[in-house]
Design a protein around this ligand. Sequence first.
Ligand SMILES: [Zn+2]
Length: 209
Amino acid sequence: MKEEFVLLLVKEKNYSAALDSYVDDKKFDKVEEFCTTQNEPGLLTQLLTKYFEKHKKHVELKNIKEAEEFRRLALKLMQNQSSKNQLDPRVVLEKIPASWMFKEQDVDLIGFLSSLFDFQLTIEENTKIAERIIQMETLNTEIEFNNLQAAYLVVREDTECQVCKGKLGFKKIRIFPHGMAFHMRCAKNPQECPITRQRFDMDAVVAGG
Ligand SMILES: [Zn+2]
């Protein structure tokens, strides 16, 4: 009976209701399979969005157990899909709760976020990913600063250096943790962004007097 109901929804192209039906029934394995077999772009992203929203709703209602369940479902979905480019990075970035920690017990969220970097995205969007990673980084002091530095930004062929406005190319560039990249000659100090003057050294800056 239930399966027929889902089929009917699919026929009507009411995918959102079909997803809701699976989720309400807690058929989480099935719903992911459903998304991948429908040949309907964006379904997995839709499902992930539903998980985020359910998580948020349960947090608000103080249903700790349910909130945790949907958090894990969302993380699992992201991990399953991280190499398949099925999730829309714009949506993921917009909806992922900022409070989620970087390194989950068995899910590498930073690895997932890094996998979202895409040459098809604009620099602004890639920068936004980098900013989100930084934002999350501040929540987790256990992450080693240096391990992160390289992963932040995809430099495209036409990416400009904001200092000299010349093309960056791929060699002799410096990428800062907030997602900006410059020629090494244009960013002589590896610990300070030449544009924003933001500092990235681990220790507090000691004023030189
Ligand atoms: Zn430059």
